[in-house]
Design a protein around this ligand. Structure first.
Ligand SMILES: [Zn+2]
Length: 358
């Protein structure tokens, strides 16, 4: 039995619920809010989707704010308190940045990219953006889907005018795994959310891990296709580059733990060309790939489809960059803000074609 023995009214004031009186009903299990409607109560719908249950009717669709937290540390409320405590503690550090830091952010945002990625908690921008604030307009959902976030993506591309859309999937994606199987057992809202992920038949020769990684890439490609199809005018005018990539914290792609691999540019998926494109971006990517017992990843470069030529080019680029860095120690920070990419000059590749959608 949960105990809500103590209630701290002043804490309610701190939450801006001055008219809300939390009443602990220890015998009934849930604390109820008995009070006039307040900002804490969810907005009432004019036509509720279904009749409220007797319990929710009694509570007026409101729940009290519990302050007698936990008996055991692993109780949900105790875990919630621990997390929220961390939120406020970390936010306190944010306050220390001071007015000067925040004033430039006050009026409007100026992101350099629109990013669609998965809600997965292991996928965080610290893995690819050391200065994320005001840098990426980010949309997250399960399975990094463009197709069910069309409005948000359109806002990023057409109103914020970001010149690049990145669809960033990740290995070990549960949404993709679910879409690989039957969705029948899932609740309807989750099933609907995943219904936009259409995967090809898996390679029967691929083991489970490889098939999952392939499906992650296939989903990224599908989402890129959707974006290319719906924002073709921006692509044709060369106002937007659509990039599909996979963040691999499991080394499923065999290119090293934590690496982001570009798997699609404007609908192009040719591995050799994409590796050359990565090289042309000018950032050395030291490999931390380890030999794996997984057959698919035994030779990381082969597994990633990297040719001998591309590997040679990569090594050359790393060497050249090291020389450049030693000559200009502050070059990296400058390059971050003013990237100068000329894929054709660096790679001597054909121009990346933009598939012209109708
Ligand atoms: Zn995911």
């Amino acid at each position: 039995m949960r105990h809500f023995a103590s209630v701290i009214p002043f804490a309610l004031l701190a939450l801006g619920c001055s008219k809300l009186v939390a009443v602990a009903h220890a015998d009934e299990g849930e604390p109820h809010a008995a009070a006039p409607a307040s900002a804490a109560a969810p907005a009432k719908s004019a036509t509720p989707a279904k009749a409220p249950s007797a319990e929710s009717a009694e509570a007026g669709n409101r729940y009290g704010v519990p302050f007698a937290w936990e008996v055991e540390k692993d109780e949900p409320l105790a875990k919630a308190r621990a997390y929220l405590g961390d939120v406020l503690t970390d936010n306190a550090a944010n306050l220390q940045l001071g007015k000067e830091h925040f004033l430039p952010l006050a009026e409007k945002q100026a992101p350099r990219a629109t990013v669609v990625t998965c809600s997965d908690s292991r996928v965080q921008s610290s893995a690819w953006d050391a200065t994320p604030e005001n840098d990426a307009f980010t949309i997250r959902n399960i399975g990094n889907q463009v197709s069910n976030a069309y409005g948000s993506v359109q806002y990023g591309l057409e109103h914020l005018n970001t010149p690049v859309l990145i669809v960033l999937g990740h290995t070990g994606c549960g949404a993709v795994k679910a879409a690989m199987g039957k969705l029948d057992d899932l609740d309807a809202p989750i099933k609907a959310e995943l219904s936009g992920i259409k995967l090809p038949e898996p390679n029967p020769k691929a083991n489970e891990r490889k098939a999952w990684a392939d499906a992650v890439v296939a989903n990224v490609n599908q989402q890129v296709d959707f974006a290319v199809g719906h924002f073709g005018k921006l692509l044709r005018e060369q106002r937007v580059l659509v990039v599909g990539a996979v963040y691999d914290f499991r080394n499923d792609l065999g290119r090293g733990y934590g690496r982001i691999s570009i798997v699609n540019v404007n609908g192009n998926t040719e591995t050799k060309r994409l590796r050359a494109f990565e090289l042309a971006l000018g950032t050395p990517m030291p490999s931390n790939a380890e030999p794996s017992s997984d057959d698919a990843a035994r030779d990381p470069r082969q597994a990633a489809g990297e040719s001998t030529l591309a590997a040679m080019l990569r090594n050359q680029a790393i060497t050249a960059h090291a020389h450049e860095e030693s000559a200009r120690p502050h070059a990296k920070a400058d390059a971050r803000r003013e990237p100068k990419v000329d894929a054709h000059a660096e790679s001597h590749e054909e121009p990346h074609g933009v598939r012209a959608p109708d």
